[in-house]
Ligand binder design. Structure first.
Ligand code: E4P
Length: 216
C-alpha cells in the first residue's frame, strides 16, 4: 500500500518525507489556496518545490474543464518535473483528456470520483490513479468504504491497471479499513499518517521500560 500526503504545505510534506514512509503527494486547488499561492509562476514554483522534497508521484490538478484546455494545462504541468501526475476531474472532457494523456505516456489521476460507474470510465480511459472521495461520501450520509470495496472487486475482475487511490481520508480508521479492503494508495493529511503511531499501551510500556532501564 502506498502512502500519499494530501497537502500543499511544504513543512508537512517534509515531515512525512523525513519519516521515510511517503510515496507521493496529492494537491488540489483548495489545498494550494490554503497555502496562499497565487499566480501561475508561483503555482508552478510550488509544485517544483514539492517535487524536490518527495521521491514519488505528485498530483497537480488542472482547472480547465474543456478537452483542449485540460490537455494544454496538463502538458505544461508535466514540464515542471517528471514526478508530476496530471489530476483531471471526472467529467466528459476529462475522460477524453485522460485517454489522450494515456496514449502519450503521461500519468493521470482521475479526481472527484463518487461512483463505480465513474471509476470504470476512468480505468477504461487508462488513468494511472482513480480517486474515490470516501470522506465526502460519508459527509452526505453514504458509505465511502463501500465504494472502495466495490472498486477493488471490479478492477480485479478485469485486471484494470488503474490504481485505487482512496482520497478524502478523514481519520485513522478510514486508512486501516482501506488497507483491509485492498486500496492501492491512500492519500491523507499528516495527522492521519502520524496518528498510526499512537497506542496508549506503547506509551505506558515505554515509560515502564525507561523507568526500569534506570535500575540497570
Ligand atoms: C485528493 O486527491 C483530494 O483532492 C482530497 O483527498 C479531497 O479531500 P477533502 O474531501 O478532505 O477535501
Amino acid at each position: 500500500m502506498k502512502f500519499f500526503i494530501d497537502t500543499a504545505n511544504l513543512n508537512e510534506i517534509r515531515e512525512a518525507q523525513d519519516l521515510g514512509v511517503l510515496d507521493g503527494v496529492t494537491t488540489n486547488p483548495s489545498l494550494m489556496a490554503k497555502e496562499g499561492i497565487k499566480g501561475k509562476d508561483n503555482i508552478f514554483a510550488h509544485y517544483k518545490a514539492i517535487c524536490d522534497i518527495v521521491d514519488g508521484d505528485v498530483s497537480a490538478e488542472v482547472i480547465s474543464t474543456d478537452f483542449h484546455g485540460i490537455v494544454r494545462e496538463g502538458e505544461e504541468l508535466v514540464e515542471i518535473d517528471p514526478k508530476i501526475v496530471v489530476k483531471v476531474p471526472m467529467i466528459k472532457d476529462g475522460v477524453k483528456a485522460i485517454k489522450y494523456f494515456t496514449d502519450k505516456g503521461i500519468k493521470t489521476n482521475c479526481t472527484l470520483v463518487f461512483s463505480a460507474g465513474q471509476a470504470i470510465l476512468a480505468a477504461k480511459a487508462g488513468a494511472t490513479y482513480v480517486s474515490p472521495f470516501l470522506g465526502r461520501i460519508d459527509d452526505v450520509g453514504g458509505d465511502g468504504l463501500d465504494l472502495i470495496e466495490q472498486l477493488v472487486v471490479i478492477y480485479n475482475n478485469y485486471g484494470f491497471e488503474t490504481e485505487i487511490l482512496a482520497a478524502s481520508i478523514r481519520h485513522v480508521p478510514h486508512l486501516i479499513q482501506c488497507a483491509e479492503i485492498g486500496a492501492d494508495v491512500v492519500t491523507c493529511p499528516l495527522n492521519v499518517i502520524t496518528g498510526l503511531l499512537k497506542h496508549p499501551l506503547t506509551d505506558v510500556g515505554l515509560e515502564k521500560f525507561l523507568a526500569d532501564a534506570k535500575k540497570l
